[in-house]
Write a protein that binds this ligand. Structure first.
Ligand code: MN
Length: 715
């Protein structure tokens, strides 16, 4: 713990006129107010405000800030009041303490619209006096340093997340690079310790492997500047694990590909020296293209100025080099706070760092509400989030990369399900468009829900993904059910029975189905065939001789048919011989056909182009030359087997069955043979009159947008 006199000495070192009495009174007031309170690690609570004050002395902040730091938790956590503070320490300190207290009360809330409003208050509080923010950041830094003392993992995680999302970006905004780095790294250690440890291990390994490489490079650089007669202090720079990790993530590169693990900083006296030093570096070492940045002539929005370049250094290794003046260096390290080193307390020198705050303030004054405010500022504070607005002005907060579909589901799952298009800021855009901060998103809806499975490929929110999956599953089941029901009705019809659910109900155990709906789905999916159902329903009766009707079309297909049967008008058959249609090619009237004789089995009919025929190439004596007797008045039903590839979209199965039905085809069986996220491959058996009938159906299917290919099955 810093002692009272140490604190005063530190401040006096950079602010000789500091009011020693005021500082001492604040020290005592805070110590008394916190009394016996202890922190999670058992230390007296007072150690916290004292450490926060200590951090601020490193930033060389004025004594009013230090006094505020000492008092910052007294109003919130002790019986002390703001009035007392004003009485003892004056209006300015009371105002600062009040600002910090207000900031502390603004916890991030999960409620999205409240978040925007809170954020506005947050900015207002800190913009009244930038020192409020500096004190709050020091407060957060000390809390992060002692985060490990909290037992509750949830609490640690929440604080770390808030640090990563809010405080580290804020520190960056006001140019407090060192504090930003430390906050991020502490949060990283809590949020992803495994990643951090692996980065650290790798950094250490590289360090050991290179021996004193960094030192040798440092010497070589110093030598180079000495020869060029430029006064420069050269220093190596350690990369924090989090910044290495982030680069790896962002650029998607491996550790070894990161050029700037070895980084050096060159500090010179004047701006001209920066460019001279740069010339010396580039003359001595080849520069890596597209890595040079002149941030002196065009500084970063937070005011950061420096020259950045990457070269192939003295050890033939890529090294990153930053060149800047001492003043720029101070600003880079301490940001806004650097200006206090020379300031008059009431009139801090206005740096670039203030511009964004001033601009925010102006916007705040003009903005009608937090939504408009956020829309204007497009803040990068919430790095991983985008804020968008409904046409009514409701704020919707989404993860970065979210699309209008995510937006729609975030509003309501009903809106998501019926989403068919989207307008961003009044213009129609593809649904996969990534949303930006401040976008106004209008969802174009259809009357019927119809989410597309392709959405799954680009949505980023879990809610959207889950809703889409659920919808597709339900819809698919309905389609299979309708198809299965049609197949079941057909089985009844061919058996000359009236369709009713009672016999289906009775047959459920035999067919191993839980409900009639499940049975239909199984039929529709092809897990059960019409034949299975027929057996399950009527097999018993047939044994009793009840089913004496003509064979069903399925039996006809499955069983042998006598030659001369009018249903098979084929010329060239041997009378009395059994005839089968081969299961490989499904010959139809109109196809060119041959028969293959098999002893004891009769004739098997193939199409002339069937691959199976190759295996009979060396037994020509078994071939029978056959042809269809098209004048035979065939009104029989034949099975055409098709292989279809259709895109995996809602309703595509429905389109398919409708097209077949319109062309007077009848689906007798359907099986999914392959299924990928984008495509279904089906095998469909269609009852047709002849080849022309099947060809018509195929042509009709090819006109469907969802059908990508139709072939006759050759298996
Ligand atoms: Mn505190």
């Amino acid at each position: 713990m810093i002692r009272q006199y140490e604190l005063v000495e530190r401040i006096k070192s950079y602010e000789p006129t500091a009011d020693e009495g005021l500082l001492n009174r604040a020290y005592v007031f805070s110590m008394r107010a916190h009394g016996t309170q202890v922190r999670a690690n058992g230390d007296p609570y007072f150690s916290h405000p004292l450490e926060v004050a200590g951090i601020l002395t490193e930033l060389k902040l004025d004594s009013a800030s230090i006094v505020t730091a000492l008092l910052h938790d007294t109003v919130e956590d002790t019986i002390a009041t703001l009035d007392e503070i004003e009485t003892h320490f004056g209006a300015q300190i009371a105002r600062l303490v009040d600002g910090v207290t207000k900031l502390s009360r603004l916890e991030l809330q999960s409620d999205k619209t409240k978040q925007a409003e809170n954020f506005r208050k947050f900015l207002l509080a800190m913009s009244a006096d930038i020192r409020v923010l500096l004190i709050k950041l020091a407060d957060r830094l000390h809390n992060m340093r002692t985060l490990g003392y909290f037992d509750e993992a949830d609490k640690r995680r929440r604080i770390a997340l808030e640090t990563m999302d809010i405080y580290a970006p804020l520190a960056e905004r006001i140019g407090l690079q060192t504090i930003k780095d430390e906050l991020e790294d502490l949060a990283f250690a809590e949020l992803n310790p495994d990643a951090r440890n692996s980065v650290l291990a790798r950094l250490n390994f590289l360090k050991e492997q290179g021996g004193d490489r960094a030192a040798r490079i440092l010497d070589a650089l110093k030598q180079t500047f000495a020869e060029a007669r430029i006064r420069a202090s050269v220093a190596g720079r350690e990369k924090k694990p989090y910044s290495v990790w982030r680069k790896m993530e962002q650029k998607n590169v491996a550790f070894e590909q990161l050029s700037d693990i070895m980084a050096f900083r060159i500090v010179v006296d004047e701006i001209e020296d920066c460019y001279r030093a740069l010339g010396v570096v580039h003359r001595a070492y080849p520069m890596v293209p597209e890595r040079f940045k002149d941030l002196i002539s065009t500084p970063k929005p937070n005011g950061y100025r420096s020259l950045h370049t990457t070269v192939i250094g003295p050890e033939r290794q890529r090294i990153e080099i930053q060149i800047r003046t001492r003043e720029m260096h101070e600003e880079a390290e301490y940001g806004v706070a650097a200006h206090w080193a020379f300031k008059q307390a009431t009139e801090p020198r206005e740096g670039r760092q203030y511009r964004w705050l001033r601009e925010l303030l102006e916007i705040l004054d003009k903005a009608a509400g937090p939504e408009e405010f956020l829309e204007h500022t497009k803040l990068e504070m919430f790095r991983d989030q985008v804020f968008c607005f409904s046409p009514k002005g409701d704020l919707i907060n989404l993860p970065r990369g979210a699309t209008p579909v995510d937006f729609a589901y975030a509003v309501h799952s009903g809106v998501g399900d019926t989403c068919v298009g989207a307008k961003i800021n009044g213009r129609m855009v593809p649904l996969r468009t990534k949303l930006s901060n401040g976008d106004e998103v209008e969802i174009v809806r259809s009357k019927v829900p119809a989410p597309s499975p392709t959405w799954e490929g680009f949505v980023v929110t879990g809610k959207a993904r889950a809703s889409i999956r659920r919808f597709i599953r339900t819809k698919e089941r309905q389609e299979y059910m309708a198809l299965g029901r049609a197949i079941a009705e057909k089985v009844f019809r061919t058996e000359g029975q009236e369709f009713s659910e009672a016999p289906l109900e009775a047959a459920l155990p035999r067919l191993k189905q839980k409900s009639i709906d499940d049975l239909f789905v199984a039929l529709g999916q092809g897990l059960l065939t019409g034949k299975d159902l027929e057996d399950g329903l009527f097999a018993g009766r047939r044994i009793e001789g009840v089913a004496t009707r003509a064979l069903s079309f399925m039996r006809r297909r499955a069983g042998p048919v006598k030659a001369g049967d009018t249903a098979i008008p084929i010329r060239g058959l041997i009378p009395g011989m059994a005839v089968h249609f081969a299961g490989c090619c499904h010959a139809l009237p109109g196809d060119r056909i041959v028969g293959i004789l098999t002893t004891g089995k009769g004739v098997t009919i193939h199409t002339i182009d069937c691959d199976t025929l190759e295996s009979f190439g060396d037994t020509p004596e078994r071939w029978l030359d056959l042809s269809w007797d098209t004048d035979g008045g065939d009104d029989g039903i034949h099975i055409g087997r098709l292989m279809l590839v259709i895109t995996n979209e809602t309703g595509s199965l429905g389109d398919l069955t409708t097209a077949i039905a319109k062309n007077k085809g009848n689906i007798s069986n359907l099986k999914i043979t392959d299924r990928s996220p984008d495509f279904f491959e089906f095998q469909i058996d269609v009852e047709v009159l002849d080849l022309r009938h099947l060809t018509n159906i195929m042509a009709a299917l090819r006109t469907l947008p969802s059908v990508s290919s139709v072939e006759r099955a050759r298996i």
